[in-house]
Write a protein that binds this ligand. Sequence first.
Ligand SMILES: Cc1cc2nc3c(=O)[nH]c(=O)nc-3n(C[C@H](O)[C@H](O)[C@H](O)COP(=O)(O)OP(=O)(O)OC[C@H]3O[C@@H](n4cnc5c(N)ncnc54)[C@H](O)[C@@H]3O)c2cc1C
Length: 326
Amino acid sequence: MRFIDTWTSATLLAVRDLTPGIREFLLRPDDFTGAPYPVGSHIDVGVTIDGQPQSRSYSLVGEIDPQGFRIAVRHAADSRGGSRYMWSLVPGARLNITQPASLVQLDWTRRQFCLVAGGVGITPIVGAAEVLVRRDAGVTLHYAVRSRGDAAYLDTLERLLGDRLIVHAGDEGRRLDLDNVFASLPQDTMTLFCGPMRMLDAARRAWEASGRPPTDLRYETFGSSGLLPTEAFRVRLRGEGTEFVIPRDRSMLDVLNEAGHEVMSDCRRGECGVCAIDVVDLDGEIDHRDVFFSDHQKQASRKICACVSRARGTITVDTLHRADAP
Ligand SMILES: Cc1cc2nc3c(=O)[nH]c(=O)nc-3n(C[C@H](O)[C@H](O)[C@H](O)COP(=O)(O)OP(=O)(O)OC[C@H]3O[C@@H](n4cnc5c(N)ncnc54)[C@H](O)[C@@H]3O)c2cc1C
């Protein structure tokens, strides 16, 4: 699903370090009304990367705050630079942001909910926990982090949930075992997940193994850092002698479009599939970072989402663009 984005100006009122790698930003749009927004809402924020305007999405933390919109950004060191830009901002900075929009749909008639968060994936989960507690629903939150020091909003969540918050800190040897968690949930539980791709894959597998209806597992994705390291790879075009190197800080979509190949796209975060390109040969491995293709389609690797997915080695694709087409 896509939204028609309406941009508005906002002021950064305050920043606060939640953990060594996660910083909170309080933003107040000029036209702020304090109207409630749906659970799981995010805003897009205009960022500048290498002097070029781009945007990044950030989940709103918690239910409506009378002061403005609260977001929390993880500093992604190995990245194109959106989070670095956010971290460079100081109070008083002016920004462009969109209105809140939500991709998360929950069945509020359920009485039992399981929330699962990995790392900064806690951001949309805080508001969900608040709403569910207010509605007096049965709710447990499993929060996976490297260590408690990396767990943003821990105090808030402990106050809110008490022993219904279970922290799985890797350095305490308390790894999250999703097979066990899902197997022991009451029937008719709806689960909301937000975490990295590897964890989402594990969650989908464990959910399937538990025999529960696939639609009862809802998730939010933040885009993915993939399963392989982010390195340069090569793209060859079928029937042409052309070969491109996709550098580690650029997407295949951008490189092909800059070369005039007119690859269509929409969401640019691996959700809509509009930029999917046919793969005709593969010398290496594709790192599918989208959530559009099924596991089966990813294994077959006959298509690639050019906006987010990457590869190791060389892939030959057919963009269906014909330079001599009328
Ligand atoms: C709905 C939604 C909500 C979100 N909410 C939050 C939030 O609450 N907090 C938060 O911190 N983030 C959130 N994000 C992610 C956020 O939008 C940015 O993607 C994030 O800040 C990283 O941006 P970046 O430019 O620094 O990194 P990107 O370049 O976007 O990289 C993201 C990751 O992909 C890998 N990567 C590196 N280079 C490339 C490349 N060339 N192509 C593709 N991938 C690459 C890196 O490993 C990196 O960690 C959300 C995203 C969505 C879609």
